[in-house]
Design a binder for this molecule. Structure first.
Ligand code: MN
Length: 132
């Protein structure tokens, strides 16, 4: 996960801190936004490798934010993973139809979180100087 850029869009400070600590420990560069509009602006400007999107946000919610990201050619390619505290029947389909590639349930499972995020990112880039 070294040098991967992860954008976290999450309004809960504790969740934000936990997720960013785990990702930073794994070597990621973490961008943070606690509102959708700020998050979208960061996505356009910084072109993160992946976006983790809280669905329940004040103002514009994560569903709408994801739709907007997917409609914009500058951000449509970035995988968006929904973060949701209330996984209900149909949420997976709903998340996918909004443009998310999947979801991660909250509370975050600290043992598997980084691996799960990496899985949504696909194959990791290998550093050029990596030796076998
Ligand atoms: Mn929230």
């Amino acid at each position: 996960m070294n040098n991967r850029i992860v954008l976290l869009i999450e309004d809960n400070a504790m969740n934000m801190e936990l997720a960013s600590d785990l990702l930073e420990t794994a070597g990621c560069h973490v961008l943070k936004a606690d509102r959708a509009k700020e998050g979208i602006a960061l996505a356009v400007a910084q072109q993160p490798d992946i976006i983790l999107m809280d669905l329940a946000l004040p103002g514009m919610d994560g569903w709408e934010a994801t739709r907007r990201l997917k409609q914009d050619v500058r951000t449509a390619w970035i995988p968006v993973v929904a973060l949701t505290a209330s996984v209900m029947r149909g949420d997976d389909n709903r998340a996918r139809s909004a443009g998310c590639c999947g979801y991660i349930a909250k509370p975050i499972d600290t043992r598997h979180f980084v691996k799960t995020v990496a899985g949504f990112m696909g194959r990791e880039r290998k550093p050029v100087n990596e030796t076998a």
